[in-house]
Ligand binder design. Sequence first.
Ligand SMILES: [Zn+2]
Length: 342
Amino acid sequence: MILDEQAREWIDVPHVERPERVERVIAVLEGSGTMAKLRPVPAREATEAELGLVHPAGMIEALREGARSGLSWVGPDARAGEGSWEATLLSVGGTLACVDAVIDGELDNAYACLRPPGHHSSADTAMGFCLFNPVAIAARHAQQRGIEKVAILDWDVHHGNGTHDIFYDDPSVLFISIHQDGLYPVGYGRAEQTGNGPGEGLTVNIPLPAGTGDAGYAAAFERVVTPAIRDLKPGLILVSAGQDPAAGDPLGRMSVTTEGFRRLATGVRELAEELCEGRLVVFQEGGYSLNHMPFCTLAVIEAIAGLSPSLDGDPMEQDVPEALGNAERAAIDAVLEVIRPT
Ligand SMILES: [Zn+2]
């Protein structure tokens, strides 16, 4: 259910989009015992033909050259550097491997735990920590394999402007973004942006006010996302799963809890089961709290895998993994200090 660890240390300067984002998720999955219940899918590098399903040759060459020439800007808030070329090829190719495994029936669904993310990158412009756009390429790849209609749900706290642009005119791909209103990139993701021409009505933007938590996201999912995806009757559902609407994320101001993410992921799994024989691939976009994000991601993975919460019950009784250095461990320690003073 989860890809092999593909944290590539390609950025050697301090940055929020860093290898630890993947490493901590892996640590939580292992520490909770969840990893042993999942099936790893080896990542592979995407081919240039696969990149070309979305991105023109000029952009592909620019990202290759950016990596070759050392740390350099390749778009607004998007950097390439040593190792970035291999990392972004694996991020795309690993996602395509998940799509293939799901279409071929080898897996019920899959979570692609990779970096760098992709949803800010349009066809020809890298942007916002993103280089290529794995979810957009995955949608085109699935269509090449005979899936006619694809639904993309993007719950990253930022608007998925790149994916939005790529499919804005397209009647075969539904793009839905739930995001914090007015956050990066400013001016994108307005509710009145609903698609163009043959794609009219197939872009759905749900900007929510800062501070929105589980109830707001559940309402958006049930009242807007669910009917839109049911109307499309897709053959595959892709999720751009940024766990940065999480409470405490340094780049967002939402307040979704682990249980809020579990509810979203359960809902999308149930929709996939209802509409497209369960075919669902979830790709990790943003999420920058090294303390909270891994637990939110654990909840997402447990939900799509149909697993019970592994850290459920009385946290005092839990053997919370030592490797995590997480806020919950610190909180539990603090509580123990109070109730059992030494
Ligand atoms: Zn984000």
